[in-house]
Design a binder for this molecule. Structure first.
Ligand SMILES: Nc1ncnc2c1ncn2[C@@H]1O[C@H](COP(=O)(O)OP(=O)(O)OP(=O)(O)O)[C@@H](O)[C@H]1O
Length: 568
């Protein structure tokens, strides 16, 4: 099995910001502007206690004029602070939204281009959560908590500078008690929180995956009586999630120990401050400045307890998103791309060669082993074999949806891995066993091919395949609505949609993975007519379940276990 990097349920949370920086770099000017505004707003807030302290000293000295100036200064500062805070919040939210939108677009683009093998190897509920809920958490954090976090950080820095300016000795006493205790609380919290938050995010991903399984497999679960089993599993998953959530709550409790630290610090401050004031080293106003400034500091610490919890959730989500972006980053192909001068060399159908191809889904269990087969340009071939032998796997390798673990697949002498993805999708088309539909009209569904063909081209393709009557038989023809809660089509009819899409692309090679042997006679007739009317010079490979199909095709290849091929 070829090396495949997989997603981790609890990915590395180290250096998340450094790893995220390349995604933020294009917005650095906006980020710096928002940070500067936030710093200004915080500096204004920190200046308020200093002005009040000055007012107290002027009051004690009986200077009424100075007192009036100080009062006016407090009012002006309050207005300035409001304006600066508001502006910094707006700027931060704007730039944050831009970064989040870019991350969301990138995640969706990378997922849409990720190899099929990668998508099949991961529960879709987990992929969905990483690209929706966890990005939404990030957006909420940027809008709600990031401005607060910046303010708290700013308070710490500016308050320290202010207090050092008033009394280095009292500042020293304050920080000697406050800093080591807070650092201890934060370190203890982080030790408990890192695994706890990661486990909760992973448990939430599992719940989403299990729930999605019910939604997508509801019919099978009902008919097979498997709902009870599924419910037990779902309840187990939610129980796990509950346990994980309790663990994060316990971790969050640790952070509230900072309130005890606050009490001890205020006591120390009053004792040392009163002593210094009594000895005439500092004024009463300075003690007032310290008390007011540390109140702000403590308020910041109280906010920190909420913020750290939110930040931790965001950090885990960010780590999981970065994990997805890093794992799905396009790797430089080892194979040479076609040069501009030469252009794609597969304009004609060309010979399709499968050369000593091996493929496994699970390490150590090869589904196909050193399989070789050559299909001539324009040949029509039926591929048959016992169920589970690897016919669909071979079809996905022939159409470039899977890359072989060993060996090569060549069209007209060009390795499929050397063809640009858009070129490959036009040259070789697979109509899978289960054709997927989107919510919309039949026309919307038929036109789901590159180049967005209009109604006229779709009608022309429908006519060419002899399907006009079938379309007319639907409730509103091409305007019939399909999808959940609306019109549903049988597996055979869905394949007719796949065939029309293929006819619109008009590929050099068409691979049809026939839906079932038990197709109803009407749909079978439509399917066969459509296959027969596809352009005769195209290569056609049908994974055939029905005798009637095999009889109509001039060559049959039989695939047996161990990748033995028999031609007839
Ligand atoms: N996504 C997957 N992950 C893991 N194993 C898979 C996957 N798809 C197929 N397999 C396994 O690979 C083997 C070949 O499957 P494949 O669908 O290619 O067989 P098939 O010949 O097309 O079967 P059928 O005639 O029933 O459609 C089977 O054992 C199957 O269980």
């Amino acid at each position: 099995m070829a090396d495949q990097r997989g997603l981790s349920a609890s990915p590395d949370q180290k250096a998340v910001l450094r790893r995220a920086w390349p995604h933020m770099r294009p917005h650095r000017r906006g980020i710096v502007g928002a940070l500067a505004l936030s710093a200004l707003a915080t500096a204004i807030s920190v200046a308020v206690p200093a002005v009040i302290g000055a007012a107290v000293d002027q009051l004690l000295a009986g200077d009424r004029g100075g007192l009036a100036v100080a009062v006016a200064a407090v009012c002006v500062l309050a207005v300035l602070r409001l304006v600066a805070f508001r502006q910094s919040e707006i700027q931060l939210a704007t730039v944050g939204e831009r970064v989040v939108r870019q991350l969301r677009d990138l995640a969706v683009t990378r997922l849409s281009r990720a190899p099929l093998r990668f998508l099949e190897a991961h529960p879709s509920g987990d992929l969905l959560r990483r690209t929706t809920t966890e990005i939404a958490d990030l957006a909420n954090f940027v809008r709600g908590q990031l401005p607060e976090a910046l303010t708290v950080g700013g308070y710490l820095v500016f308050t320290t500078v202010l207090l050092l300016g008033y009394s280095p000795l009292l500042t020293l006493a304050l920080f000697a008690v406050f800093v080591p205790s807070v650092v201890w609380v934060l370190r203890t919290f982080k030790k408990a929180a890192d695994p706890a938050f990661a486990a909760e995010a992973a448990a939430a991903g599992t719940v989403a995956s299990t729930y999605r399984e019910l939604v997508t497999s509801r019919e099978m679960l009902r008919t097979s009586g498997g709902v009870g089993f599924w419910r037990t599993r779902f309840l187990d998953d939610t129980r796990q999630r509950y346990r994980a959530a309790r663990r994060t709550q316990r971790a969050l409790f640790l952070i509230s120990l900072s309130r005890v630290v606050q009490g001890i610090t205020t006591g120390t401050l009053l004792l040392v401050g009163a002593e210094l004031a009594a000895r005439g080293h500092i004024s009463v106003g300075t003690v007032v400045v310290f008390v007011l400034a540390t109140r702000q500091l403590f308020e910041s610490a109280a906010q920190t307890s909420n913020l750290i919890g939110q930040a931790q959730i965001t950090l885990v989500g960010m780590a999981r998103l970065l994990d997805l972006l890093e794992v799905t980053a396009p790797e430089p192909s080892a194979l040479p791309r076609p040069t501009c001068g030469g252009g794609p060399r597969t304009a004609a159908p060309g010979v399709l060669e499968v050369r000593r191809v091996s493929y496994s889904y699970v390490a150590g269990t090869e589904v196909l082993r050193r399989l070789s087969v050559t299909i001539g340009s324009g040949e029509r071939v039926g591929l048959v074999g016992p169920t589970g032998v690897g016919k669909t796997t071979l079809a996905k390798l022939i159409t470039g949806l899977y890359e072989p673990d060993a060996g090569r697949v060549l069209l007209d002498g060009v390795d499929l891995r050397a063809l640009p993805a858009a070129e490959l999708r036009k040259r070789i088309v697979l109509v899978p066993q289960r054709v997927h539909m989107i919510q919309g009209t039949l026309l919307d569904n038929l036109a789901l091919v590159p180049d967005a063909p209009g109604e006229e081209r779709v009608r022309e393709a429908v006519n060419r395949l002899g399907l006009t009557e079938w379309v007319a038989g639907l409730s509103s023809g091409l305007s019939s609505r399909l999808g959940r809660g609306e019109g549903q089509l049988s597996a055979g009819e869905l394949q007719l949609i796949g065939l029309v899409r293929a006819a619109l692309v008009d590929p050099a090679v068409l691979v049809l993975d026939e839906a079932t042997a038990d197709i109803d006679p009407d749909t079978a007739w439509h399917l066969e007519t459509a296959i027969d009317t596809l352009r005769a010079d195209r290569t056609l490979i049908v994974i055939a379940h029905r005798e009637a199909t095999i009889e109509r095709l001039p060559r049959t290849i039989r695939l047996d276990h161990g990748s033995a091929l028999t031609d007839s």
